[in-house]
Every structure is written in structure tokens, then in C-alpha cells.
Design a protein around this ligand. Structure first.
Ligand SMILES: Nc1nc2c(ncn2[C@@H]2O[C@H](COP(=O)(O)OP(=O)(O)OP(=O)(O)O)[C@@H](O)[C@H]2O)c(=O)[nH]1
Ligand SMILES: [K+]
Ligand SMILES: [Mg+2]
Length: 457
């Protein structure tokens, strides 16, 4: 039986809001550093008054006006720029919001921030605070907030597409459907508990409950099965370069990254730490990791490097085992990798290239480097589900789905179990789904999510 998933754990949004301040907040929402244009954003009840004090009028809702911005304390002009006003609730946060689009010079931005900071009841925003307010005002749910975070972080095309889907409510809508199906089953069961004596579930009821639970159970399981692909889209496919010392591992990393990320030398044991580079292969994110050459060594630091190399290989999606043509006969047995490709290096020095043994490459002449890159791109696409991945994009989702599936599996396994068990399992599944979209326990999850948000979002 599951425990602790009863309604007592359910916290309402009003309780979460209790700890929120109602300050009006501001932040630079565009990037840091010099730029053509900077966007400074405001949110909170003082927004109207602040806009009027800086540009002497309030723009019509959601319409840009060109105005001179003035420091209300000194009456000195700061810049001229575009000003927009978004009255509540039709704004990103659900509160009154405004945007100043000013010239992006450091002194201009500092001038406006200084003026805003000098106004009472107004303060600089915490990282993610605008989005947090949007969440608390039900403009977004938790899964959509994660989608926004992912969209800002997105570096490849498929990361962007996946984040967009989540931000637009893909996960939220589907979860809401499953939830309402389970709520319907739960209502049937609770009614039976209220109106009948203790005992087993009447067969008609258990059939109706099964009819609702089974498709949800199947759908959640299918999502779990696809989870790895979508997590790979978000986090990157992990490819580790391993092999004996001096095989040319760092040379290959540099060639694929098109920069000197790792030190190359003729001395065996050059690389100690794992060196990671991020690649964008046809829109798929790949983390390529160069590691220390595997050999016995009396050197303490090298030993640590070898241990790290093995650990990286064990957790990789794919290991490229590099060696010279006369290198070890087989990849190291300790790799324990999901998939290992045999690659022979320094092909420019080899006369007899037996293609049966593996791919021969040369960083010196470029031989077969494009072919290797093509194969890596294809494999990265496959490992990422060719982009058509599921709804689960992170560990938090996977855990929630797994908890719901556990509970539904118990019902599917024994639909005639005592009715209290059935009720409890349905509650557990519902709780897991509600946690997923942040209907419950939202505060526990928020800190973790917003710690990774940038200021101004
Ligand atoms: N001729 C030739 N030499 C190469 C090629 N690739 C690498 N080398 C040379 O091989 C030596 C070792 O290269 P690294 O890339 O440092 O080898 P590594 O596997 O990273 O070595 P460790 O980090 O010490 O394990 C260097 O002198 C490279 O210039 C190649 O394709 N052809
Ligand atoms: K070396
Ligand atoms: Mg190296």
C-alpha cells in the first residue's frame, strides 16, 4: 500500500502565496553586457505609478509609445525608448506589467535601474521571480514553467522544439486528461465506500474502474518507455572517447569540436581529467567526452583519471574505443558501456587497413572523419527518438510517471482487491499526476527549478 498521499498533503495556492511579497519588481530581461537594445521589465501594483513618474503618461494597454525616460528623483533625462504597459490580468505575470526598451549601453541601463531602485516599494527581482508570479497567478503551470526554462537553455533545434511543446502545455494538457479519467474512477470508488458495507469491490464496479484505469496505465507506461529519448534531447546524447594512452583520443575530440579543447602531445598519459565539449549534430545535442588513456600507472593522479574515464564510459550512451592498428586486440572489459564502436586511429601510418576490424580514421589527413561524423549524427538522432520523443523530459517527470504507474499496476493486477486498497491506489496515482503539474507540493519543487532561472525571467 502507498502511504502519505492523502489530501492532507495537498496545499492550496492561497497558502503558497502567503509567503509572497507584493513588492513591485524590476529587472533587465535582455542579456547582460553591451547591446543595441535592452529590455527592462516591471511587475506589481506600483507599475502604473512608476511608468507615469518616469515617462509622465501611461501608454494605452499593450501599445508601444516612444517617450523620453526621466529619473523621477533628479528630473534628469536617462534615454528615449519604447514603453509598453500590460494591465493585469492580461500580462505575463498576471499583475500590472511594463517594459522599457532602451538603448543597451551599460550606463543607460544602469541609469534606469538606479532610477527604479530609488523608488519606494520597488526592488530588483530574484532569478525567475517574474515566472514564479505567473505560476502563482495561474498564468502557467509547473510543467510550462519548466518548458520556459528549457527554452531559454535550448542550444539545438530539437531542444527548442521540445521545450516549445512543453511551454505550450503539451505535458499539462495530457496530464489533465489522465487526471480527469482517474478522478472519475475515484468518484465511483468513493461512492461505493460511502454507500456499501465493507468488503470486496462488486464486479460491475471493478470492471468500470478497470475500463478507465487500463488505458491511462498503458499511456503512462508508453511515455515511460520513451522517456530516455526525450531526456537525451534535453540533456544531450553522451558519447565518450576511450582507449589506451596516445591512441589519438584528444586529437579526435579537437577535430570534432573544431577547436583545441584538449591538450595533445606525444607523451602517453597527457589527458587526466574528463574533458567535455557540446556538439550540435543536425539539431541533436551531444556531449562528447575525452578521457584519460586506460593503463596501469603508479601515478596517483593518473589512476584517478583512469577511474573517472571508466565511470564516464559506464554512464555513456556510446563509447568510441580508439586504438592504433597494432593496439589492444579488444576494448577494455571494464568499459561496461551500452554500446562500443571500434575505431582505428592514425590511418595515415597504416598500410593494411582491414575494414572488417572497424573504421580507420586519421586526424592528420582527415580520412573518414566525415564518415564518422555522419554515423555519430545518425546514431544521436536514433538515440533521441528522431526528435519524436515523448512528454517526459526530466527526472522529476519520470519519477512522477513511475509513481503513478506503480499505483495503477496494483489496480490492474488485482481489480477485485478490497475497495479501500483500490481507493488508496487511485489517490496515489492522482497525487503523482498532480505533483507533476504542480497542483500539490509546488513549493518543494519550485526552489529547485528557479535556482536555474536567470534574473529577469
Ligand atoms: N600520424 C598521426 N598522428 C596522430 C594522429 N592523431 C593523433 N596523433 C598523434 O598521436 C599523439 C597522441 O595524441 P593524443 O591526441 O594526445 O592522444 P591521446 O589518446 O589523447 O593520449 P592520452 O591523453 O595521453 O591518453 C600526438 O603526438 C598526436 O599528434 C593521426 O591521425 N595521425
Ligand atoms: K598523449
Ligand atoms: Mg588525451
Amino acid at each position: 500500500m502507498t502511504q502519505g498521499s492523502g489530501p492532507t498533503n495537498v496545499r492550496k495556492k492561497s497558502e503558497i502565496c502567503a509567503g509572497m511579497s507584493t513588492d513591485t519588481i524590476y529587472a533587465v530581461s535582455s542579456g547582460t553586457g553591451r547591446a543595441a537594445i535592452a529590455v527592462v521589465r516591471l511587475s506589481g501594483t506600483a507599475t502604473r505609478a512608476i511608468v507615469k513618474s518616469i515617462v509622465r503618461r501611461l501608454p494605452p494597454p499593450r501599445t508601444a509609445i516612444l517617450a523620453t525616460l526621466r529619473d523621477p528623483a533628479t528630473q534628469a533625462d536617462i534615454d528615449s525608448g519604447l514603453v509598453l504597459f500590460f494591465p493585469a490580468p492580461r500580462s505575463f505575470t498576471g499583475e500590472d506589467c511594463a517594459e522599457f526598451h532602451i538603448h543597451g549601453g551599460r550606463a543607460v541601463v544602469a541609469g534606469l535601474l538606479g532610477a527604479l531602485g530609488g523608488i519606494d516599494g520597488v526592488r530588483a527581482a530574484e532569478p525567475g521571480e517574474f515566472t514564479r508570479r505567473a505560476l502563482l497567478n495561474s498564468k502557467l503551470d509547473l510543467a510550462q514553467v519548466e518548458g520556459i526554462g528549457d527554452l531559454i537553455e535550448a542550444e539545438t533545434e530539437w531542444q527548442r522544439r521540445q521545450a516549445m511543446r512543453q511551454m505550450q502545455g503539451g505535458l499539462s494538457r495530457q496530464t489533465a486528461q489522465w487526471r480527469s479519467a482517474l478522478l472519475e474512477a475515484s468518484a465511483l470508488v468513493e461512492a461505493e465506500i460511502d454507500f456499501s458495507d465493507e468488503g470486496d469491490v462488486p464486479e460491475a464496479l471493478s470492471r468500470r474502474v478497470s475500463g478507465v484505469v487500463r488505458p491511462v496505465h498503458d499511456a503512462l507506461r508508453a511515455e515511460l518507455a520513451a522517456a530516455k529519448s526525450s531526456e537525451r534531447i534535453r540533456e544531450g546524447v553522451v558519447i565518450v572517447i576511450s582507449g589506451p594512452p596516445n591512441a589519438g583520443k584528444s586529437t579526435l575530440l579537437n577535430a570534432l569540436a573544431r577547436r583545441d579543447a584538449a591538450i595533445v602531445s606525444h607523451e602517453a598519459g597527457t589527458t587526466r581529467d574528463a574533458i567535455e565539449v557540446q556538439l550540435d549534430l543536425a539539431g541533436y545535442a551531444v556531449t562528447l567526452i575525452d578521457t584519460a588513456g586506460l593503463r596501469e600507472s603508479a601515478d596517483m593522479v593518473e589512476q584517478i583519471g583512469v577511474a573517472r574515464a571508466l565511470e564516464k564510459a559506464q554512464n555513456a550512451d556510446l563509447v568510441l574505443w580508439l586504438s592504433e592498428a597494432d593496439g589492444p586486440a579488444a576494448p577494455d572489459e571494464r568499459l561496461g558501456a551500452a554500446e562500443v564502436w571500434r575505431i582505428f586511429t592514425k590511418a595515415d601510418l597504416v598500410v593494411n587497413k582491414d575494414a572488417e576490424r572497424g573504421l580507420f580514421i586519421s586526424a592528420e589527413t582527415g580520412e573518414n572523419l566525415d564518415l564518422l561524423l555522419d554515423r555519430l549524427t545518425q546514431r544521436a538522432a536514433q538515440l533521441s527518438g528522431e526528435g519524436h520523443a515523448g512528454l517526459i523530459t526530466r527526472e522529476r517527470h519520470r519519477k512522477a510517471f513511475a509513481a503513478a504507474v506503480d499505483a495503477l499496476a496494483r489496480i490492474d493486477a488485482d481489480p477485485q482487491a478490497p475497495i479501500e486498497f483500490l481507493a488508496e491506489d487511485l489517490r496515489a496515482a492522482l497525487f503523482a499526476l498532480e505533483r507533476l503539474i504542480g497542483r500539490v507540493d509546488v513549493e518543494d519543487i519550485l526552489g529547485d527549478i528557479f535556482s536555474r532561472f536567470c534574473i529577469g525571467k
